[in-house]
Structure formats: structure tokens, C-alpha cells
Design a protein around this ligand. Sequence first.
Ligand SMILES: Cc1ncc(COP(=O)(O)O)c(C=O)c1O
Length: 368
Amino acid sequence: MSGTKTNIQARDVLNRMKPYSPGKPVWEVQRELGLDHVVKLASNENPLGPSPRAVEAVHKLLTDIHRYPDAQAVDLRAAIAGKYGLASEQIIVTNGGDELITLVSEAFINTGDEIIVPGPSFSEYEFGGRLMGATIRTVALTEDYQYDVAAILEAVNERTRLVYLCSPNNPTGTILRTSDLTELLNALPPSVLVVYDSAYSHFVTEDDYSDGIEFVQAGYPVIVLQTFSKVYGLAGIRVGFGVASPSIIRAILQVKEPFNVNALAQAAAVAAINDEDHVRKTSRLVREERLRLYRGFEELGLSYTPSMSNFILVQLGEEAEKRYVELMRRGVIVRYGAAWGLPQHVRISVGTPEENRMLLEALGAILD
Ligand SMILES: Cc1ncc(COP(=O)(O)O)c(C=O)c1O
């Protein structure tokens, strides 16, 4: 028998898809560079770790993992509904916010449709669009990384199905002000679904900001994306959720795998969303350490974009890639900006005081 006669063709759209490039894991850098102590400030994770209540909930459930999870995630949806004053029918729970983006794409995009994506922003929006054969209309942020509402509206045409808005935006940390969001939503045609990604909402200190839920409640065609990977510290167990009108949620449920969120994740998320102490401690730490990092960057003569999130976009100049590699050699992993078309920048997650000190020391030594 010979297998040489096969001619298996993958879908054409796969040729146009860029693979996601994740932050390097600690173990990989330790192994590759033979380092003992490595600090990861590359994936905007919670520097304090998971909610302790979530860890306890996972432990308790371990002996039950021979059972399938609840396909409807009834308890978790009830916990989210309770927290935000929503009905459970307005909520879908997903395997991380990433899965929500894919599911929204599968539910609403036909081949040849267009989606509007701000740039630079989170790469998964484009991934979902390409997967479904959509044309991606990238609308650049302004020079200081603000949303250009007029340019977004100009990009809309009769084939536009989705508009993505990420606020705070990854990787810039800038937000779309509530006043601008209102203007935009009022001007968009009612056939356009807005995916409002507020994954980092808990870190915002600006008053003129909304996590988007009030716009769902007011009846706008908006789906809000939230995640348990950031303030709740559950990135490794994969859980996120979407909030929209029951009819939008019903459409997305049609393309969802029955058991998309595992049992441990559901239990952990219920515990974490009720762990107000952990949420408070995490957001306080991020807000304080963000300021400390600003001061550190200023002392080093580095320019950065003030951030409403748990990461900061920092200008490292023409040598940015070299400096990114050098930081890694010194045991500090950050994210290099080339994937966002920002080859002179790195994105640095806000860590613990100790981690941030190590970062600033390493940067100081490199720039010396
Ligand atoms: C803006 C934004 N949205 C969504 C996500 C998805 O998070 P997850 O799939 O871990 O829930 C991330 C993760 O980094 C993100 O930065």
C-alpha cells in the first residue's frame, strides 16, 4: 500500500489565516536559556494568581470529573446574571473569550461579508472573520491610539456584519469613551452587530467608560465579551462569557458545542465571580503598579501610552526587538509588538511589585 495518491485540500481561507502567537511560557524560556528565575509579563494574566475560592471549588469537584459538565452552565449563568442584574437568557458561557469570538463569527458571518476591526487590536477578531471567509476592514486608531469614530462609520457598507470594539484596547490600553460609544451605536445601521470586548474592564479608572452591559440592556445590537482570564485569574482553565439580547444569544447557542466549558472551569468561575476580595485586591494592585511602572519608564527616558488596563505599550525604539530578546535573556518575558505592526514597541503586563522591579532593573541595565 502506498499513501502517495492522496490530494487532500484544506479550505482556501486557511491560506489567509495567520497563526496566533502567544506569549512565551515561563518553562520554555527557563529551558531554552537555562534560567532559574523567569518573570512572565507577556499575557496580561493576574499577578496575584487565581481566586483562592476558585482553587478550593476546583479541589472539591475533582472527584466528580467522570461526569459530563452542565451543557447549559446553569449555575454559572445564574451567578453572572446575579452579579450584573441580567437574565440568564442574555448570557452565553464559553471556553474563554476566544471561543466567543469564533462562535459569533460562525453564527453571523456569511462568506463575502465584511467585518470592521480596529487596528492595532486583538488578533482573534481577524481570525474569526477569515475563518468564515469575510473581508476584514481594518480601521486604524488615531496616532495616539484613540478610536476614530468617523472612520469606523465611513467603513460601514451594506455588507458589514460585525464591528469589533475593544475597550480597553489590547495592546494600546486606550479606551473608547462612553460618549463616543453612544454616538457610534446611534449612527450604525441596526443590521450591524457590535462586539464590545471589555475583557479588561475591571482595571479602568476613567469615569467616561462603560463595560458595555448597559447598552445591551438598552436594546442596542451589542454583544459584550468578558473573560475569567484576567481579574479573576483563571486563564489556564478557560472560561469567558458573552452578554446580549436573548435572540442574539440563541443564534450563537446554535453553533456551540454542547460541553464547551468543562466542569472545573464552571465551578471555578462561580466561585471567582463571587470573590469580591480577590477582584478588589487585583484591581488595586494593577492600578498602583501601573503608576509605579510609569514612573520607572519616565526615569529611563522611555515613552509609553497611559493605560486603562493591566498592560502598558512601551516604545523601545529601533532596537526594540533586540531589547525584547535581551530582556528575555535576563529572565523577563514581555510581548514584542511586531505582530501588531508596532516593531518599535513592546507590551508589558503589570506584575507584582517584585516582578515590576525586576523588569525595570533589567530595562535599566539594557538601556545603559
Ligand atoms: C482583548 C481580549 N479579548 C479577549 C481575550 C480572550 O481571553 P480568554 O480567551 O483567555 O478568555 C483576550 C486575551 O488576552 C484579550 O486580550
